[in-house]
Design a protein around this ligand. Structure first.
Ligand code: 9J3
Length: 294
C-alpha cells in the first residue's frame, strides 16, 4: 500500500490543480466578460435601479444613487458633483452608464447652485461617506453589497475643480479621481496621490484648458498616476447630458470606465484601453493624450 502513496499523491495534486484552475476560471467569470472597445462604449450588462432616499447630510441638498441590481457583492462606488448652476440632470447619464457596468453611483444637487469648488469638494467627500454607510445601513438597497475601499470621485467644471481639491486633501480615502472639463483657478494639486484622469475640451471657453485643465495636470506630481485626455473641438459640456460641441460621449465613457476598472477594482484587463493600442483608434477625436506611466 505504501508503494502506491506517491501515485496517490500525484493524483491528488493533479485533481487539486484542476479544482484550482476551475476556481480561477470561475473568478474570471465573476469579474464579468472580457472587455472590448464596444462593451466599454455602451451600456453594460447589469440591470440598473435607483433610489433617492439615502440619508440626508448638511453638505448637499439631494442625491440619487444608481446601482447594478443584479451584480453579486461586492462592488465599488463613485460620487459625482455637477458644475456651477447645474443640478444632477445636467450630468446624470453617468449614473445609469456606470451602474450598468457595475458601480454604485451617487450624484447630488449642491445646497447652493453657485457653490464654489471648495464647497463641492466637501459635498463629494460627504457623498463618499454616505456611500460607505449604505453598505451597513439597515434597509439600504446596497447593504452588504459594496467594497467600502473601492471609492472614486468625479465632477463637471466646478465639480471637477472640487474633484481635484477633494483628491488633494483625501487621497487616503479614495482610489481614483476623474474631473471633466474642470474649473479651478490658482490650482495646486501637488498632494494628489490617487490615479487621476483629467478629461478636457480643446475648445472649452468657460474653463480654458490653458488656465485650468493644463495647469491642474501639471500641478499633480509626476510620481502620481495621471492622464490628460483632451478632445478635439470639445467645449465645456463634452461630459454632460447635452450641449456638447462634439459627439464623444461613448469615448469619454470608455476612458472613464477603463480608469475606474483599472484603478478602483484593480482589474488589469482594462489596462490596454488606457496604455495600449486602443487609444490610437481615437486619434481623430483626441487632440492631446498625455500620461505618466505607472
Ligand atoms: O462650473 C462651471 O461651469 C464653472 C463655470 C464658470 O464660469 O465659473 C465662473 C464663476
Amino acid at each position: 500500500m505504501r508503494k502506491q502513496f506517491p501515485f496517490a499523491r500525484g493524483l491528488f495534486l493533479a485533481v487539486l490543480a484542476l479544482v484550482l484552475s476551475a476556481c480561477a476560471a470561475q473568478q474570471q467569470t465573476g469579474m464579468g466578460p472580457a472587455p472590448t472597445v464596444e462593451s466599454l462604449s455602451t451600456a453594460g450588462i447589469y440591470q440598473v435601479e435607483r433610489y433617492t432616499d439615502s440619508p440626508d447630510v448638511p453638505e448637499y441638498a439631494a442625491a440619487t444613487i444608481w446601482y447594478p441590481a443584479d451584480k453579486e457583492p461586492s462592488f465599488g462606488a463613485v460620487a459625482i458633483s455637477p458644475g456651477y448652476t447645474e443640478t444632477q440632470d445636467a450630468i446624470n447619464w453617468w449614473g445609469p452608464f456606470l451602474a450598468s457596468h457595475g458601480y454604485a453611483v451617487l450624484i447630488f444637487n449642491t445646497n447652493g447652485p453657485k457653490d464654489f469648488p471648495d464647497v463641492r469638494a466637501k459635498a463629494l467627500m460627504a457623498a463618499v461617506d454616505i456611500l460607505r454607510g449604505e453598505n451597513s445601513r439597515p434597509g439600504s438597497p446596497l447593504k452588504g453589497k459594496l467594497d467600502t475601499n473601492e471609492m472614486a470621485i468625479m465632477g463637471h467644471s466646478m465639480g471637477g475643480g472640487a474633484t481635484l481639491l477633494a483628491a488633494n486633501a483625501n487621497s487616503d480615502k479614495i482610489r481614483a479621481a476623474i474631473p471633466f472639463t474642470p474649473w479651478q483657478p490658482k490650482a495646486d494639486f501637488s498632494d494628489i496621490r490617487v490615479p487621476t484622469l483629467i478629461i478636457a475640451g480643446e475648445a472649452d471657453k468657460i474653463a480654458k484648458v490653458a488656465e485650468h485643465a493644463r495647469l491642474h495636470y501639471a500641478s499633480i506630481p509626476d510620481s502620481t498616476i495621471k492622464a490628460y485626455l483632451e478632445f478635439s473641438g470639445g467645449n465645456h459640456f463634452i461630459g454632460n447630458n447635452s450641449r456638447s460641441s462634439i459627439d464623444a460621449r461613448s469615448q469619454i465613457g470608455r476612458y472613464a470606465l477603463a480608469w475606474l476598472k483599472l484603478y478602483v477594482d484593480g482589474d488589469e484587463r482594462y489596462r490596454p484601453f488606457i496604455y495600449g493600442d486602443v487609444p490610437n483608434m481615437d486619434k481623430s477625436i483626441v487632440s492631446r493624450f498625455e500620461l505618466t506611466h505607472p
